[in-house]
Design a protein around this ligand. Sequence first.
Ligand SMILES: Nc1ncnc2c1ncn2[C@@H]1O[C@H](COP(=O)(O)OP(=O)(O)O)[C@@H](O)[C@H]1O
Ligand SMILES: CC(=O)N[C@@H](CCC(=O)OP(=O)(O)O)C(=O)O
Length: 259
Amino acid sequence: MTTYKSTQHTVAKRMVIKLGGSMLVELNADFFATFEQFQEAGYEVIVVHGGGPAINKELAKNHVASTVLNGIRVTSEDAIKIVQSTIIGQVNPALVHQLNRAGIEAIGLSGNDGKLLTCSYLDESVYGFVGDIQHVNVELIEKVLAAGLVPVISCIGSTDDGTPLNINADTVASRLALALGTESLLLVTDTAGITIDNNVQQIASPSAISAWIASGEIHGGMLPKVEAALASLQAGVPSVQIVGRQLRGTLITKEEALV
Ligand SMILES: Nc1ncnc2c1ncn2[C@@H]1O[C@H](COP(=O)(O)OP(=O)(O)O)[C@@H](O)[C@H]1O
Ligand SMILES: CC(=O)N[C@@H](CCC(=O)OP(=O)(O)O)C(=O)O
């Protein structure tokens, strides 16, 4: 697991909410009501989103094959063009529109805008056009938040010379939570949290998560999620949760907190 250190003090009442592509289409009134409750409670909210299902659909439509390794999409030169146009051209504006229509003033950004997410290649020989975030333009987000807007950030970054790279959205959320010093990170997905033997876990420690990965009870798209959650917790984000659309689910807890 990659380890990162938080460069900033925690900002109370700031949270990153990551919306998985698997739950984006079904945002409902309850979700928006809870979102507004966070804002009314004084939270500055930063939204990060994925779009796995929409990408899969567009890749298939264009007959571009792709594989997923450890929850990360192996992204060819043909695939990155489709990933970029789907995420920035379709998924992001649809989400911004939904938020605005619900009365939440939102502005869409990709990692390319204002050099928000500058990346190197994660491992070009294995993953192709996939980014490893090297720098976050924190000042840009601070300006957007100061203007009273909710930044809605998609998971495309670029290299210094402007080559677009695909980044797993859970990783983007985790790195933004660290860079912005947020108090809370919510990874929202289509299950009600980490589920083991059909039971949603209310809390999960790093050692329990390692055991569930080893046994295969955590797999696929849950892998980058738990990795992002553990990296954030380890680096000092105080509250990290993997939750369903009701915004309740699994709290990821340090080992010592369980004693
Ligand atoms: N132990 C687990 N608990 C819950 N979901 C799991 C688990 N292991 C694997 N998964 C899978 O992870 C999926 C969530 O990851 P993903 O599809 O990438 O969602 P998102 O689009 O929200 O990032 C779930 O739908 C489920 O199929
Ligand atoms: C590199 C990598 O894996 N990128 C992801 C980006 C979208 C994503 O993360 O979407 P979800 O949040 O819906 O899973 C992908 O291509 O699917």
